[in-house]
Design a protein around this ligand. Structure first.
Ligand code: GLA
Length: 400
């Protein structure tokens, strides 16, 4: 056999053995090229979900300007499902979703938004509803029939299942329907999903246990059972994972708590700034129907969102630290940087970002824009400094 023929056969062998999603023909091949943006019911409403509430939230997403700012997916989390019928089909709660899930998806789509749903790789969801185990292909077909665009797949009640295999199976089931469906892996970072999430066709993967609406501190769920995370705990847990994120596959530091009442405006601004710098999915978790103006201004800050959605798809990282003071940077398409000056202390402090920490030559002259003040600070060489409130950030875009 000629060398050329051998090479051709080897090449075809590789193609054929690749999972469907990794071939360009897979329906999910080009999903989530920037981090998904949307809203999810869990952080604010937990099991208190219904079609009326979800519809009013979709309306609010449009009316509030969130849709214009880039939010797209409306996702029902746990508790929409109550049982399986005789054929094993998943059944939505008939009291809370009397019109059925398809009608709800149609409504969300009629507003120009996308629709997401939640299930679990184990026998039951975390709230004890029927899980997907053994019904993966059947459920995927049902989701496709309902025109679902996004699936969050949780990890409760999975006993001895292998996480990588379980999520690969669900991705294959979703792809087999022919519908492009974003797969949100939610196994809380337990099996290091950043090492295999992209390979199995996951578009995002949770990196930690659940966020709660507080600034700092892990709390046990029950004695001996660790832990929900505060915002700074999640930032720290994600700091080392920057190399794993990229177009189509993102670290997910969990959904936003902005607007849920447990933090100050300064802290919520820091929370949102970091999620953008970490190229995190921006999934709001508050009640969009009655947002205070300050909360609305955080969630719809288009310049901060542009950092999150930057086409280069890099996750930012910490580039300098001295005690409570830190500088974080994210490379942007076109050679710019998004920079966060972060003050973990309780009192205002001055922080300096040096060009050498941004991988710029010291002599470079670059324009600096404050993304929260929405103000150009002028051209600077070598560094820029600012006073930063306690628990606060100054977030800037630096452009050579
Ligand atoms: C887990 C997930 C949460 C939420 C709940 C629902 O805790 O991590 O984000 O989906 O389950 O029960």
């Amino acid at each position: 056999m000629s060398l050329a023929r051998n090479l051709l056969l080897a090449f075809l062998g590789v193609i054929v053995s690749m999972p469907l999603w990794a071939q360009n023909s897979a329906p999910s091949a080009n999903l989530a090229l920037t981090p998904p943006m949307g809203w999810n019911s869990w952080n604010k409403f937990a099991c208190n979900v219904s079609e009326d509430m979800i519809k009013s939230m979709a309306d609010a997403m449009v009316k509030s300007g969130m849709k214009d700012a880039g939010y797209q997916y409306v996702v029902i989390d746990d508790c929409w499902q109550v049982s399986r019928d005789k054929q094993g089909n998943i059944v939505a709660d008939p009291q809370r979703f009397p019109s059925g899930i398809k009608a709800l998806a149609d409504y969300v789509h009629s507003l120009g938004l996308k629709f997401g749903i939640y299930s679990d790789a184990g026998s039951k969801t975390c709230a004890g509803r029927p899980g997907g185990l053994g019904h993966e292909y059947q459920d995927a077909l049902k989701y496709a029939e309902w025109d679902v665009d996004y699936l969050k797949y949780d990890w409760c009640n999975t006993t001895t299942q292998d996480a990588k295999a379980a999520y690969a199976n669900m991705r294959a089931a979703l792809d087999a329907t022919g519908r492009p469906i974003v797969l949100s892996i939610c196994e809380w970072g337990k099996h290091l999903p950043w090492l295999w999430g992209e390979e199995v066709g996951g578009n995002l993967w949770r990196t930690t246990d659940d966020i709660q609406d507080r600034w700092s501190g892990k709390k046990e769920w029950s004695p001996g059972k660790c832990c929900s995370f505060g915002v700074t705990d999640i930032i720290d847990a994600n700091a080392a994972l920057y190399s794993y994120a990229g177009p189509g596959h993102w670290n997910d530091p969990d959904m936003l708590e902005v607007g849920n009442g447990g933090m100050t405006i300064t802290e919520y601004r820091s929370h949102f700034s970091f999620w953008a710098l970490l190229a995190a999915p921006l999934i709001a978790g508050n009640d969009l129907r009655d947002m205070k103006p300050e909360i609305h201004d955080i969630l719809t800050n288009k310049e901060v969102i542009a950092v999150d959605q930057d086409a280069l798809g890099r996750q930012g990282r910490r580039v300098w630290k001295d005690g409570d003071l830190e500088v974080w940077a994210k490379a942007l398409a076109g050679g710019g940087r998004a920079v966060i000056l972060f003050n973990r202390s309780e009192t205002e402090k001055e922080i300096t970002a040096r060009w050498e920490d941004l991988d710029y030559p010291e002599s470079l002259s670059a324009s600096v824009r404050d993304l929260w003040e929405k103000k150009d600070l002028g051209k600077m060489a070598g560094k820029f400094s600012a006073r930063v409130a306690g628990h606060g950030v100054v977030m800037a875009r630096v452009r050579p």
